[in-house]
Design a protein around this ligand. Structure first.
Ligand code: HEM
Length: 210
């Protein structure tokens, strides 16, 4: 769970940093998107690295979901007799929403790839001009798209807050002082990620990026 999650978190930060290029300008953002296809050349043929990354990320998502299923089965087996009375509040909001948060994120990624990678659901959908695709996506008239992105990105933030905290424990953090530090690290990283991602749709919505 922690190892596949770490790979996905690395992708999330790299992707967020790349998205921020939109504030440099359309040419810079488009150049960056085209460069993604050139990574690894001339050692590898064009787009090979991108496809290796796609295969790696898909494997990480499958491993992440499979580990979640194994852990859930183990937890059920450890308590075969259900609690007669189970107190409602258990753990943080982030911890209690891991399963449904994960489902929302998965559905979002499917929508997002059809929107900005294949262009199928995008009003412009021009692979040569990703900046134009993003600007068209978050136009004020398509407020519901921005709303969906916002919900999904906030879900990513909650998922990450609990996920990073749990991963730090898996990777060896055990002391009470370390626990405070782990909580703080998880919170700061999640907030940076959410603000970084949300800055793009809201910059388009407000006219800062056009
Ligand atoms: C407002 C926030 C976001 C923006 C503006 C954005 C923008 C983009 C763009 C422009 C692409 C196409 C890149 C290209 O092929 O040239 C893309 C691809 C992608 N994005 Fe995002 N993204 C955002 C949030 C996210 C989030 C939160 C996730 C994951 C939970 C994500 C996962 C992906 C994936 C998996 C791809 C496909 C990469 C590939 O082609 O292999 N994105 N995004």
């Amino acid at each position: 769970m922690a190892a596949s999650g770490l790979l996905l978190v690395l992708f999330l930060f790299a992707h967020m940093a790349g998205n921020l290029k939109i504030f440099v300008g359309a040419a810079s953002f488009d150049h960056y998107a085209h460069w993604l296809r050139d990574i690894g050349t001339p050692l590898l043929p064009r787009t090979w690295y991108l496809w290796l990354q796609r295969v790696g990320l898909t494997a990480a998502v499958v491993a992440h979901i499979a580990s979640a299923a194994v852990l859930a089965r183990r937890a059920r087996a450890a308590r075969p007799v259900r609690y007669a009375h189970r107190p409602k509040v258990q753990g943080s909001y982030a911890a209690r929403t891991m399963r449904w948060g994960g489902v929302i994120i998965l559905l979002f990624v499917v929508f997002h790839v059809l929107d900005l990678t294949t262009g199928t659901l995008n009003p412009v959908g021009d692979a040569q001009h990703p900046h134009a695709n993003v600007v068209a996506d978050f136009a004020p008239s398509r407020w519901y798209v921005t709303l969906f992105y916002t919900l999904a990105i906030v879900a990513v933030g909650f998922h990450l807050r609990h996920g990073i905290f749990s991963a730090l424990r898996t990777f060896g953090q055990q002391s009470p002082r370390g626990e405070h530090r782990a909580r703080a690290i998880a919170l700061v990283l999640s907030v940076v990620l959410v603000v970084g991602y949300l800055s793009v749709p809201f910059a388009v919505l407000s006219g800062l990026v056009s």
